[in-house]
Design a protein around this ligand. Structure first.
Ligand code: PLP
Length: 321
């Protein structure tokens, strides 16, 4: 397995920026952003790096249509639709819920990007995909399924590669790398990438979605994926204690915006001109701000917040903002 087995979809490297105003306002730690909200593909986000590896595989396998699943405001589905369009592949999205009266945010972009939308009711994690695959095969097509959130070994390699990019980009020794963790591929990939390059920062995921799949606890999913990536990259395996996952900021549940997310969105916008999103980065940033307040970091710690995107969903939450 090689980190070279990718197709270029993202504009890389993404910028690395200090958050001077916010760091000063809070009295430390020193905060930085890794701007993966600017990966460039149809308004960007972390799924683009994963899709570079996953869709390389899809093309190798001769796929002519791509299927994936997610919530109605899935950033993953929007980036998959864009990548498929760019590569000339048909795209099918299995989305949770029912067709709304008006398309907005990511859903509007999915339709502009030409994706075929299939409504799945309560199933937002791809439960309806096997039936759709059978249907497409019966039509003579060669479908390829991208897993929920792009979180498999290939997706994780996208984030191992991202850590290589980070250490090439800057000599700053970050004491902590903090990010939103939801389907686990970003987290697993950052763990593997950090081990690959010998980055000794604390890798801290802020959990976003409290729903575990019946078979597997989320922390175990991250650990298993990190170990798949470790094996692929010939690294030592990880232990459960390597997976640092803060589960204190799950709020009212997945995609339910609360005061903490609202305040984080507001603070970042007004002090840094940075947009974080209602579902992922707003919640993770709210967690980071709370940890800062509680004295989790020292004033001279250097903390990188990996901005994983999501701002297109802001428009769909207009009434709640
Ligand atoms: C999907 C997503 C995440 C979570 O990444 P995972 O690899 O699924 O854990 C974080 N932020 C945004 C904006 C996302 O769309």
């Amino acid at each position: 397995m090689s980190l070279d087995n990718r197709i270029e979809l993202a504009s890389l490297p993404t910028p690395l920026e200090p958050m001077q105003q916010l760091s000063e306002k809070l009295g430390g730690p020193q905060l930085w952003l890794k701007r993966d909200d600017l990966t460039g593909l149809a308004l960007g986000g972390n799924k683009t790096r994963k899709l570079e590896y996953i869709l390389f595989d899809a093309i190798e396998q001769g796929a002519d249509c791509i299927i994936t699943a997610g919530a109605i405001q899935s950033n993953h589905c929007r980036q998959t639709a864009a990548a498929a369009a760019k590569l000339g592949l048909e795209c099918h999205l299995v989305l949770g819920g029912e067709a709304p009266e008006k398309c907005n945010g990511n859903l509007l972009l999915d339709t502009l990007l030409g994706a075929h939308i299939h409504w799945a009711g309560e199933n937002r994690k791809g439960e309806g995909i096997p039936a759709l695959i059978a249907e497409l095969k019966a039509q003579g097509k060669t479908p390829y399924m991208v897993p929920y959130g792009g979180s498999n070994l290939l997706g994780a390699l996208g984030y191992a590669n991202a850590v290589l990019e980070l250490v090439k980009q800057s000599e700053t020794r970050f004491t902590h790398v903090v990010f939103a963790s939801a389907s686990g591929g970003t987290h697993a990939g950052i763990l593997a990438g950090a081990r690959l390059v010998g980055l000794d920062s604390q890798i801290l995921g802020i959990r976003i979605d409290k729903a575990d799949t019946p078979e597997l606890l989320f922390a175990d999913k991250v650990l298993n994926l990190a170990n798949e990536a470790a094996e692929a990259l010939a690294l030592e395996p990880f232990n459960a204690k390597d997976v640092l996952l803060n589960e204190d900021y799950l709020g009212g549940g997945y995609a339910v915006i609360g005061d903490a997310e609202r305040q984080a969105i507001d603070l970042l916008a007004k002090t840094e001109g940075i947009l974080v999103d209602p579902v992922y980065t707003g919640r993770a940033m709210a967690g980071l701000l709370d940890l800062i307040q509680k004295g989790y970091f020292s004033a001279d710690d250097k903390v990188l917040f990996w901005h994983t995107g999501g701002a297109p969903a802001l428009f769909a939450y207009a009434n709640e903002l």
